[in-house]
Design a protein around this ligand. Structure first.
Ligand SMILES: Nc1nc2c(ncn2[C@@H]2O[C@H](COP(=O)(O)OP(=O)(O)OP(=O)(O)O)[C@@H](O)[C@H]2O)c(=O)[nH]1
Length: 204
């Protein structure tokens, strides 16, 4: 796929250790390394791409996995510039990671207003195994999602729960927006053409 033109740029944002790299790893490579390798924070950002088919049309999704460490925060703007979708990740077992989501919503609203937001609570397997570990309730996350007109997903990179569903939704939304924009362009052209054919009211 090297050199192929990317249709939809997607960026992952969120606190360090929230599980962004693992989410991308599960989606692109269908694997979860977990404790088999020591945790390594992302430096700068990592990139990957995947071709998906929506209603018989294939599109290439380019995914930017950014570093969650606040040290790299200023750099994140480079990666979300022009993004069609942002997956804002928080760890379901870490309230502070959820609190950080509002910061990213503000950034996107200020700098990328056309970027669609998808909230993603990660590490669902941990709260399924032990509900006491849940630090962010689904209802709190739902009301934040409502506030910022976002979709909400609770995923697990360990089991794969809802990860394909999340990216399929992103691709479908992208195709819908693209079709709507094409239709608007067509309509504008038709109005222009019709306008040209109308007799000038001052000629009668
Ligand atoms: N049990 C479980 N652990 C997870 C899951 N996702 C990530 N982890 C673990 O959480 C830790 C952090 O995950 P990463 O994916 O590296 O987090 P990140 O958000 O990319 O971190 P930065 O690169 O620092 O921004 C790692 O030890 C992962 O194995 C999950 O769904 N379930």
């Amino acid at each position: 796929m090297a050199g192929s033109k990317v249709d939809a740029k997607v960026v992952l944002l969120g606190k360090s250790y929230a599980g962004k790299t693992s989410l991308v790893e599960r989606y692109l490579k269908n694997r979860f390394l977990g404790d088999s390798v020591p945790y390594q924070n992302t430096i700068g950002a990592a990139y990957g791409a995947k071709t998906v088919t929506v209603n018989g049309k294939s599109i290439i999704i380019g995914i930017w996995d950014t570093a969650g460490s606040e040290r790299y925060e200023a750099m994140s703007r480079i990666y979300y510039r022009g993004a069609r979708a942002a997956i804002l990740c928080y760890d379901l077992t870490d309230k502070s990671s959820f609190d950080r989501i509002r910061f990213w919503i503000g950034e996107l609203r200020q700098h990328e207003e056309n970027c669609k937001i998808y909230l993603c609570g990660t590490k669902y397997d941990l709260v399924e195994e032990d509900p006491e570990r849940r630090a962010v309730s689904t209802s709190n996350a739902k009301s934040l999602a409502l506030d910022c007109m976002a979709e909400l997903y609770e995923t697990s990179s360990k089991t794969g729960k809802d990860i394909d569903k999340l990216f399929t939704r992103i691709a479908t939304d992208y195709m819908k927006d693209k079709a709507a924009a094409e239709q608007r362009e067509k309509d504008a052209f038709t109005v222009k053409e019709t306008g040209r054919k109308l007799p000038c009211p001052c000629s009668s």
